[in-house]
Ligand binder design. Structure first.
Ligand code: SAM
Length: 216
């Protein structure tokens, strides 16, 4: 068996082995109706894991969609935590709000800010967040990286989704704008002295970046 096929089978096995909550399944259905691409089950599970291991109490999500990744964060973050999720589409926030309500997530645990990410992010408090998750407009990834690093606390995590862009990023001959921007953003983050980074082959690819801790 070729290693490519083995990789595909392993990925299929990993994604299919995850049993999701009824509310995540509801959010996936809503995403499909709206033509959105939510994080995959394995990606969602990994986000839960990251939020859990860093005891996250303050998370910013760029790109709420219908709330699949939002629910994944709630499964991992501390109960007293606050999740801030930004999306430019009121319709997406409407769907996400309904799903969070159905999942019994208290409205005091989240704020959904409807607006353009590049207008909203500069207004968030510097150094105040444990984790920033980016899943919105590809062409704005460099600015999300910059703003994400500005608002993270020392030792915080920045996670960029879609860093493989369906395989386009690893294909050197692909020079479309989205691909170049994502490729450059990943390269820039991996070259930063104040970040420890890891590329994770889950879903459409995640770049996980940890900022320098005070004691480092
Ligand atoms: C792929 S979906 C997010 C999926 C979500 N993270 C999930 O797992 O369910 C991308 C979202 O980003 C939002 N978006 C796109 N460009 C944006 C921008 N410039 N500012 C804010 N949100 C944006 C879209 O409206 C869409 O809901």
């Amino acid at each position: 068996m070729s290693s490519e096929l083995e990789n595909d089978l392993s990925t299929q096995f990993m994604e299919a082995s995850i049993i999701e909550s009824p509310h995540i399944i509801q959010a996936r259905r809503a995403a499909k109706d709206l033509g959105l691409e939510p994080v995959t089950p394995a990606t969602a599970q990994f986000l839960t894991f990251l939020a859990h291991i860093i005891d996250a109490t303050a998370i910013v999500e760029v790109g709420t969609g219908t709330g699949v990744s939002t629910l994944a964060f709630f499964a991992g973050m501390k109960p007293e935590g606050l999740l801030t999720s930004v999306d430019c589409e009121a319709e997406h926030h409407g769907a996400a709000r309904e799903i969070l309500k159905a999942a019994d997530i208290a409205h005091t645990r989240f704020r959904l800010i409807t607006g353009d990410a590049l207008t909203v992010l500069p207004k968030l408090t510097p150094g105040a967040y444990d984790m920033v998750f980016v899943d919105a407009e590809y062409l704005e990834y460099p600015e999300y990286l910059e703003e994400g690093l500005r608002i993270l606390r020392p030792g915080g995590l920045l996670v960029l989704n879609h860093v493989f862009l369906g395989g386009k990023v690893v294909d050197d001959t692909n020079l479309d704008d989205d691909t170049i921007i994502i490729r450059d953003t990943v390269e820039a983050a991996r070259g930063m002295d104040n970040l420890t980074t890891s590329l994770i082959a889950i879903g459409d690819g995640l770049l996980v970046c940890s900022t320098t801790r005070n004691e480092d």
